[in-house]
Design a binder for this molecule. Structure first.
Ligand code: 0O2
Length: 224
């Protein structure tokens, strides 16, 4: 990754200052933190790409359709620290927030999600700190996804840091649903919101049925 590409992921000093004057005096440290989490994302992304290549040879299909990633926006970091009552400092973000680095893995089939999660978790240098299985236990609004917080070593010139990355693994259909539902996050009080929320919950069920049927059909085809 060249310097221009790297800077796309690291907020400028203006963006940090505009969004979070509360990090005052820590602009350099903030940018360094973002650079480190960006490196952590690349480490986990490479692991996932290697797994995908290996499985595509062994199982003759690619379990991973797409990998997306992001570092959390300065404004969201401030909001989460404030909501949890922690100081608005870089050290505090690194200690308390486990989702500054985020990777979203999109699979075709539900069983691929668990396969990818197990394979990632079993790697020697990956420590799983937390798992939330919103596929087995969907949220009341219908949200489904498999969440893991993993900690991995990232090697810098003068030190090795153990950094957390949030990995969300879901099917194409679950991802499609979550993107639309996310738009309701800031519109909970608009007129007709309750009807939309209900429709989304119903569609989430139908999507789950479809995901399961697609998996069944895929298994049938494999047997032929
Ligand atoms: P962004 O922009 O993705 O960072 P938190 O809600 O963060 O205080 P926790 O325990 O970290 O608490 O949350 P959880 O349940 O592990 O979910 C974190 C992320 O999962 C969210 O990040 C969303 O990306 C996604 N997510 C969780 N629940 C829903 C949901 O009901 N609908 C949708 N569309 N996405 C969900 P952030 O922080 O919201 O935002």
């Amino acid at each position: 990754m060249n310097e221009k590409e790297l800077m796309k992921y690291i907020p400028s000093s203006t963006e940090i200052a505009e969004n979070s004057e509360l990090f005052a005096g820590q602009i350099m440290q903030f940018q360094e933190m973002m650079m480190m989490y960006n490196c952590a994302i690349r480490e986990v992304r490479t692991k996932l790409e290697v797994l995908n290549d290996e499985l595509s040879i062994r199982d003759t299909h690619n379990p991973i359709e797409m990998i997306k990633s992001r570092v959390k926006k300065p404004v969201s970091i401030v909001e989460k620290l404030q909501r949890r009552g922690y100081p608005i400092r870089v050290e505090s973000a690194m200690e308390h927030l486990k989702d500054v680095a985020g990777i979203r893995v999109i699979c075709s089939f539900i069983d691929d999600i668990y396969k990818v999660a197990d394979m990632l978790a079993s790697q020697d240098d990956v420590k799983v700190l937390e798992v939330k299985d919103y596929i087995k236990y969907p949220k009341p609004n219908g949200y489904r996804s498999y969440h893991m917080i993993v900690e991995i070593p990232v090697f810098f010139s003068d030190r090795t840091l153990m950094l957390c990355v949030e990995v969300q693994i879901r099917t194409i259909a679950m991802d499609f649903w979550a993107s639309l539902e996310h738009e309701m996050k800031y519109k909970k009080d608009v007129e007709g919101a309750d009807v939309i929320v209900k429709r989304l919950a119903e569609i989430a069920e139908r999507i789950n049925q479809t995901d399961m049927e697609m998996q069944d059909i895929r298994d049938e085809i494999k047997k032929k």
